[in-house]
Design a binder for this molecule. Structure first.
Ligand SMILES: NC(=O)c1ccc[n+]([C@@H]2O[C@H](COP(=O)([O-])OP(=O)(O)OC[C@H]3O[C@@H](n4cnc5c(N)ncnc54)[C@H](OP(=O)(O)O)[C@@H]3O)[C@@H](O)[C@H]2O)c1
Length: 264
């Protein structure tokens, strides 16, 4: 425990899998009591137990809810009226053609990837400002600043998070509350791993060979030529939550393996 986060409480949305789970684990490693969230109560419970057995001095808790549903968010607020750290990680993504995007799909992405995070931030930010202490992190994507064209409905929401994060950060002026956005590049969540396994349906290829092939064929811009490990994003998020990161205010922080080719 090096980051002076012992005993703080963090709500990490979408934390039964992938990047969210890795963030929850890295925070628990620092002594943080994490609220585990997902829509599937059994998976939430399993994750809570796993974190409790690995970090027995912490008190992870079950925060099962569909956070896109305003009513379910209200119930969460009653159960967990204040948190020191909010990580808005949950987000949906899917490759889609622009021609196939109906208004309903655009609205679904806006509600899921933006309004859910905004609803949670609006509530917890007020509490954080009152305590003169707190951290909000949004998880965007390198696609927020470099849309690939393969999922316009998703990229729109991730660009919006950068703007929202900066607007909210303005409200923290003169306080110890910080609001920042991490932009991960392609990251090996279970979901992404399944997609790669599905593309190279060949038992004679090891996963690292599939990964190398995928990078050559699909992500030649990546300078690391591998997927980012969720743990790497988790460690960065934990640092951003620490008092050592209090000068990051409204910052877009890239951890994209070199995907974005520009200096800024
Ligand atoms: N993986 C990448 O390459 C990558 C790159 C850049 C940015 N990102 C961003 O990083 C974030 C996490 O990505 P990931 O790949 O780790 O995701 P993931 O593996 O698909 O995990 C999503 C998590 O969110 C939960 N979830 C989904 N809908 C929810 C809802 N309505 N309410 C509550 N929980 C919900 C899921 O559990 P249930 O389904 O059980 O609810 C699960 O725990 C996303 O915002 C994504 O856009 C990912």
């Amino acid at each position: 425990m090096e980051l002076e986060l012992n005993n703080k409480t963090a709500f990490v949305t979408g934390s039964t899998k992938g990047i969210g789970k890795a963030i929850a684990i890295e925070l628990a490693k620092e002594g943080v009591n994490v609220l585990i969230n997902g829509r599937n109560d059994e998976e939430v419970e399993r994750t809570v137990k796993e974190i409790k057995s690995t970090f027995p001095t912490t008190s992870p808790q079950n925060a099962t809810a569909d956070i896109v549903d305003a009513q379910q968010r209200e119930e969460l607020f009653k159960k967990f009226p204040s948190v020191a750290i909010l990580v808005n990680n949950m987000g949906i993504y899917e490759i889609m053609q622009y021609e196939d995007l109906t208004d309903e799909i655009w609205e679904k992405y806006f509600r899921t990837n933006v309004l859910a995070a905004n609803g949670l931030s609006k509530y917890y930010l007020t509490k954080m400002l009152g305590n003169n202490d707190g951290r909000i992190i949004f998880i965007a994507s390198e696609e927020a600043v470099m849309p690939s064209g393969q999922m316009p409905q998703y990229c729109m929401t991730k660009s919006m998070l950068l703007s929202l994060s900066k607007s909210l950060s303005k409200l923290t002026k003169g306080t110890e509350v910080t609001i920042n956005t991490i932009m991960p590049g392609p990251t090996l969540s279970e979901n992404v791993q399944q997609i790669i396994e599905g593309i190279y349906n060949n038992d004679n290829m090891s996963f690292s060979e599939k990964e190398r092939q995928f990078m050559i064929e699909n992500l030649p811009q990546s300078e690391i030529q591998r997927f980012i490990k969720p743990l790497e994003i988790g460690r960065l998020a934990a640092f951003l939550c620490s008092p050592y990161a209090s000068a990051f205010k409204g910052s877009p922080i890239r951890m994209d393996g070199g995907m974005v080719p520009t200096i800024y």
